[in-house]
Ligand binder design. Structure first.
Ligand code: AMP
Length: 395
């Protein structure tokens, strides 16, 4: 079944979305990207003459209702983006919610309360999935951010719609974009990996070595590679248990003809602070009492040369502690280089929580080819894993 060509007239579409968006202490949505990105899916169903029942998880509640984790908090944001009223059901499988969805008028949009108020959601419970399935005639999965989870609403539920299940526009687009990077023959292909830890990116780095021409490594994880090569990194972030593995990665890259680009200089500071003097140091000559918190100007310039000459670019993880203004420049410069490459017709895919946060912070999200809404899901898909949410629709 193809979402675009399916006619939703007189159908109730039960749409799994990922409304797990950040909110501030007053309950206001601070980044509505994930909501914005499912609007076209909702509009298509409504324009066809159908109705929509939206379901999502939100945060990590302890298997019981709590106002802090209520999806009620996102209604304002959803209504203003859709320019329509939303009907809210305060219990996703309560009798009252079925009363509402049973005779839903075409054009109506319902939002069910947080699925994770029931522990059965994460357990992938069949009875819970069956109950949820009664809210719709057609199942649409548009929650890429949750596609790597085998939960009741993301995969098990698809069994109850053997002939009426499909992806929405968001997932279709995500898959197309990642497939483009995985299957394209365009070169050079450059992956930029950053962030805090080598340990959390090991699998993806190993996988990427089979694909890429250039691998740029920045952020906190770079210091483990520098120390492994006997550099002095002072008090910088390091994972001593990964030193050998870092050397193995460098060796494997050499054997596979992948050019690894590590930073040559660092912005260093005596403490993890935005208020102390900064020194630019060669990354392998950092004094004992300093730590590297961003890449330096020489690294920025070298990385830029690689990026602007690439045809395909994948970026996951910041180059420094971009949350602090003093250490933002490295990540911002990389983002600008990616934009420049994109303007020169490169295809650029940004994925993974913090690089998405960074590209949004610099207001450059609409200047790259694709910003993924699913950090973990995108990485697992890139690693070649089967995602339960994708499998459930395809099978
Ligand atoms: P990750 O979730 O692994 O992608 O890591 C993202 C985090 O890495 C961000 O919060 C950054 O502040 C942090 N980070 C990046 N570079 C450094 C660094 N040089 N030292 C410490 N933390 C860093």
């Amino acid at each position: 079944m193809n979402f675009k060509s399916y006619n939703f007239k007189n159908k109730r579409a039960l749409v799994r979305v990922d409304f797990n968006v950040p909110i501030d202490s007053n309950g206001f949505v601070t980044d509505s990207t994930r909501i914005k990105m499912v609007i076209p899916t909702i509009q298509k169903i409504i324009n066809d003459g159908g109705s929509v029942v939206l379901m999502s998880h939100f945060g990590r509640p302890k298997d019981a209702p709590s106002s802090d984790f209520s999806l009620k908090q996102i209604i304002g944001s959803l209504e203003s983006l859709l320019e329509r009223k939303i009907i809210f059901c305060s219990d996703c499988i309560g009798d009252s919610s079925f009363k509402i969805t049973k005779n839903l008028e075409n054009g109506s949009i319902v939002l069910l309360e947080n699925l994770r108020f029931y522990k059965q959601e994460k357990q992938g419970d069949k009875d819970f999935a069956l109950k949820l399935s009664n809210h719709g005639d057609v199942y649409v999965n548009d929650a890429f951010g949750s596609a790597h989870r085998a939960h009741a609403s993301t995969s098990v539920i698809a069994n109850y719609f053997p002939n009426d299940k499909t992806f929405g526009f968001l997932i279709e687009n995500e898959i197309l974009s990642v497939d483009k990077v995985l299957n394209s023959n365009s070169h050079p292909l450059t992956a930029i990996v950053g962030g805090a830890k080598v340990s959390s990116k090991i699998t993806i780095i190993s996988k990427l070595l089979d694909k890429v021409d250039h691998l740029i490594i920045g952020g906190g994880m770079a210091y483990t590679f520098i120390k492994a090569q006997n550099g002095s990194i002072g008090k910088s972030l390091v994972e001593d248990q990964y030193l050998d593995l870092a050397l193995e990665i460098l060796q494997e890259a050499k054997e596979k003809g992948v050019q690894i680009h590590l930073p040559s200089d660092s912005l260093c500071c005596k403490e993890f602070s935005n208020d102390l003097p900064i020194e630019i140091r060669p990354i392998n000559k950092i004094p004992e009492d300093e730590m590297g918190l961003d890449i330096g100007p020489d690294s920025i310039s070298a990385f830029k040369d690689v990026i602007v000459n690439s045809s395909l670019i994948l970026w996951n993880g910041p180059m420094g502690v971009f949350e602090m203004s003093n250490f933002q420049n490295g990540t911002a410069s990389i983002a600008h280089s990616i934009v420049k490459a994109t303007e020169n017709n490169a295809f650029s895919l940004i994925g993974g929580g913090d690089s998405v946060a960074a590209i949004n912070l610099f207001k450059l999200a609409n200047k790259v080819s694709h910003v993924s809404t699913g950090g973990g899901a995108m990485l697992e898909y890139l690693e070649g894993k089967q995602l339960p949410g994708i499998e459930a629709i395809n099978n």
